[in-house]
Design a protein around this ligand. Structure first.
Ligand code: NDP
Length: 282
């Protein structure tokens, strides 16, 4: 009985002390979203738009960005600008942050979400591809984070890093991709400590996502896995609200949290399950 009572008290305390999402806080917020031409990034831009934010979006395809920016305006964004950039090009990450700082007069949120395309297949020894993917999925993130830090410090802003369950655990067919996500988790986990120890104003939110139903993800796994895919719009909303509440981590769907714990408790069972979620005939 004492144990049960303690658990109840604990749950009530967590509920009372947990931050709540204030939609108003995003009205007029100055936001930069990367990888916003499609998929989760596009949905993130639309949610910020509905909350009345001022948005800069980026990706490589200018024409698509223009359409997303127009839709953002129709959904309620106070401002929606776009800048085309290739994160595999060393100058572009800085160019994008400079553009956002100049056009918006500073930043309150920077959501780093883009990824370069990578094959879903057995590792074939293509080291050059991993090197390039690291540039796009990792080095551009840390370059942009550094470039925006001063402005985020002034605005008591937030850095939101879109990562993956595959940054916390390994899986077949995605060695290059999972390397970049693990690198992100390591780097921004460390930066989170340092900012906190420096009593910085900047919060970091690390987002751990499971399989999400974007076209890019589904075209790779649709035929070969039974893992359920979750809606991109809901994933995006979780990312936006977690950033606004300055949460250190968010897991979507919540089962990804259970998986990150159970993989350490039951490693062999987890390996067995992972390897058997894919149809594979050698
Ligand atoms: P998509 O492939 O749908 O979108 C990727 C975005 O990045 C696009 O806007 C693309 O636009 C842009 N992009 C691609 N290459 C470059 C480049 N070289 N320079 C700049 N921008 C580029 O990805 P998702 O929406 O599926 O994923 C979004 C995030 O969510 C990623 O960080 C991913 O790791 C994470 N995630 C996704 C999961 C899923 O199942 N979908 C699961 C777990 C995590 P363009 O082609 O115009 O450049």
């Amino acid at each position: 009985k004492i144990l049960l009572a303690s658990i109840c008290v604990g749950l009530v305390a967590v509920r009372w002390t947990a931050p709540t999402f204030d939609a108003e806080s995003l009205s007029g917020a100055r936001v930069l979203v990367t990888g916003a031409s499609t998929g989760i990034g596009e949905q993130i831009a639309y949610h910020y738009a509905r909350f009345g934010a001022r948005i800069v979006i980026t990706a490589r395809r200018e024409k698509v960005l223009q359409q997303v920016a127009e839709k953002c305006m129709s959904l309620g964004a106070q401002e929606a600008l776009y800048v085309a950039a290739d994160m595999g090009n060393e100058l572009d990450p800085d160019k994008v942050v400079d553009f956002a700082l100049e056009k918006l007069g500073g930043l309150d949120y920077m959501v780093l979400n883009h990824i370069g395309p990578s094959p879903f297949s057995m590792w074939n020894g293509d080291v050059e591809h991993v090197r390039w993917l690291m540039k796009v999925n990792f080095f551009s993130y840390i370059q942009m984070a550094w470039k925006s830090l001063e402005s985020l410090e002034r605005s008591k802003g937030s850095l939101v890093i879109v990562s993956s369950l595959l940054g916390k655990m390994t899986s077949p067919f995605v060695a290059p991709y999972t390397s970049t996500k693990s690198a992100l988790n390591g780097f921004f986990g460390s930066l989170h400590h340092e900012l906190s120890m420096k009593k910085s104003n900047v919060s970091i939110t690390l987002c751990t996502l499971g399989l999400i139903d974007t076209e890019a993800a589904m075209e790779k796994v649709r035929e070969i896995t039974s893992v359920p895919a979750y809606p991109a719009s809901e994933a995006a909303l979780n990312i936006v609200t977690a950033g606004a509440m300055r949460q250190a981590e968010v897991f979507y769907p919540w089962t990804t949290y259970v998986v990150t714990i159970s993989k350490d408790w039951f490693p062999s069972l987890t390996d067995y399950i992972i390897q058997n979620t894919y149809k594979y005939n050698p």
